[in-house]
Design a protein around this ligand. Structure first.
Ligand code: 13P
Ligand code: 13P
Ligand code: MG
Ligand code: MG
Length: 366
C-alpha cells in the first residue's frame, strides 16, 4: 500500500496592520504557487489558510517526512511571499525567515513544521490545527486530554481499539532531547513534565497498535532557541488522526473547550486564554489576541483532501469563545503584573536590564 505524507508548514511572512492578519494577496500567491507544484506532480493536494498573521501551507504528497523537495517548495514560496510582503510594506515582513539560503530542510530556518507519513485507512479523517500568539507547548493540554484523559476521550474507556492507550514522544526544548512515555501507565510522569509547557513539549503521539501507527504530530520549532535570542514567537501547528482506533472528531475538539491559559499573547510576553475560532475570525484585535486556534477537518483519500470543514465555525463553541473573552478581561485587569505578564525569564521584551542598570548602586540594605 502506498503511503501518504501530510505536511503542514507555516511561517509569519508579514501581516496588516501590525500582527493582526495575513494580507490576502499573500495567500492568493501561495495558492498559485502550490497549484503549479500540484500540476507538476510534486503535490497530490494542498490548502492555504491563515491563523492570524501566520500563513499555513497544508500539503499532501508521497515524498515522506523531511523531504528536501517539499521543504524547498515551502521555503521558496515563503521567500517569494516575503519579497511581496516587503513591497506591500507589511508588518514583520519575512519575520519567520531567519536565513537567506535553503539548506535541505526548513527545520531551524524559522518556519514551523508538523508532518507525518501514514498508511491511509479506507476512510481517514484528519484534523489540522494552527495557533497564533502562543507557543508549541500550548498543544500540551489539548493533546494530553485527547489521547490520555478518559474524562475527555470516552473511547479510552469504552472503545476496545483505544483501551490500551497511546505513547507520547516529548521534547525537552532547552536540551533538544526526546523521551517516550506510555499512557496510562506513565501518566503521572508525563504530566509532571508536560505540565511545564515552556520546557517540555509533546512532539508526537503513537498508537500502541503498530498497524495504526502515528496519531499526531506538533511543530516544536522554538524560534527563540533556534536563533539564540527571541526573534518573534513560534506559533505552532499540529496534525491529528481521528476515528477507528484514534479518538473521535468530537473527542479531539472537546479538548479545546476550556479556553486554557497559554503563553505568548501581546509582545510574546503575556498569558491569555486560547480561543477556538473559525477561519473567518482568525484575526487578532484585542491586545493583539486573545491567542487563537483554528482547525480544519477533512477525509484523506489517496492523498486528496476531501470535504474540508472549518471545525470551530460551530455554535457549540460560542460559549467557549464568550468564556475566553471573560477570562481575557479578568487576566488583562492585572496589567503588567504576573501571571498576566510572563515571568522575567520567558518574556520576549524586557526593560529589566536597563531598569536595574539605572539603579545599579542604589539598592540599600534597608
Ligand atoms: P515592534 O516592537 O517591532 O513594533 O513589535 C511589537 C510586537 O508586537 C512584537 O511582537
Ligand atoms: P506574532 O508572533 O504572531 O508575530 O505576534 C507578535 C506579537 O507579539 C504581537 O503582540
Ligand atoms: Mg507577526
Ligand atoms: Mg503569529
Amino acid at each position: 500500500m502506498t503511503k501518504t505524507t501530510i505536511s503542514l508548514i507555516k511561517a509569519d511572512i508579514g501581516s496588516s496592520p501590525g500582527h493582526v492578519v495575513v494580507y490576502e494577496p499573500l495567500m492568493e500567491k501561495a495558492e498559485e504557487l502550490l497549484e503549479k507544484a500540484k500540476e507538476n506532480g510534486l503535490l497530490i493536494d494542498f490548502m492555504v489558510f491563515n491563523a492570524g498573521d501566520d500563513t499555513n501551507l497544508l500539503m499532501t504528497h508521497e515524498k515522506g517526512v523531511n523531504s528536501e523537495e517539499i521543504h524547498k517548495l515551502a521555503w521558496d514560496i515563503f521567500m517569494d511571499l516575503g519579497k511581496d510582503a516587503r513591497e506591500y510594506g507589511l508588518y514583520g515582513a519575512g519575520q519567520d525567515l531567519l536565513t537567506d539560503t535553503f539548506s535541505g530542510n526548513v527545520k531551524g530556518m524559522g518556519p514551523g513544521v508538523a508532518e507525518m507519513e501514514i498508511e491511509e485507512r479506507p476512510a481517514e479523517p484528519i484534523i489540522v490545527f494552527a495557533m497564533d500568539k502562543t507557543e508549541p507547548g500550548a498543544f500540551n493540554y489539548p493533546i494530553f486530554n485527547i489521547f490520555a484523559n478518559p474524562f475527555n476521550t470516552a473511547g479510552l474507556v469504552i472503545d476496545p481499539k483505544l483501551h490500551e492507550g497511546f505513547k507520547f514522544n516529548i521534547m525537552d526544548i532547552y536540551h533538544n532531547k526526546y523521551l517516550s512515555l506510555s499512557c496510562p501507565e506513565q501518566m503521572y510522569d508525563l504530566l509532571a513534565l508536560v505540565g511545564a509547557p515552556g520546557h517540555y513539549v509533546i512532539k508526537s503521539v503513537f498508537s500502541k497498535n503498530e498497524e495504526l501507527g502515528q496519531a499526531a504530530v506538533i511543530s516544536t520549532d522554538k524560534l527563540s532557541l533556534i536563533a539564540g535570542k527571541y526573534v518573534g514567537k513560534d506559533d505552532p501547528v499540529a496534525v491529528v488522526r481521528s476515528q477507528s482506533g484514534f479518538p473521535a472528531v468530537g473527542e479531539v475538539l472537546e479538548a479545546f473547550t476550556l479556553g486554557h491559559l497559554v503563553s505568548g499573547w501581546m509582545r510574546g510576553s503575556h498569558r491569555g486564554p486560547l480561543m477556538p475560532v473559525s477561519l473567518e475570525y482568525s484575526q487578532n484585535g484585542r491586545f493583539d489576541g486573545p491567542p487563537r486556534v483554528v482547525s480544519l477537518g477533512f477525509q484523506l483519500k489517496n492523498g486528496k483532501i476531501v470535504g474540508p470543514v472549518d471545525l470551530f465555525d460551530d455554535v457549540s463553541f460560542d460559549h467557549v469563545r464568550r468564556r475566553a473573552n471573560e477570562i481575557a478581561d479578568y487576566i488583562r485587569a492585572h496589567g503588567p503584573f504576573e501571571p498576566s505578564r510572563l515571568p522575567l525569564s520567558e518574556m520576549e521584551y524586557t526593560t529589566l536590564p536597563e531598569v536595574l542598570k539605572k539603579f545599579e548602586n542604589m539598592f540599600t540594605d534597608e
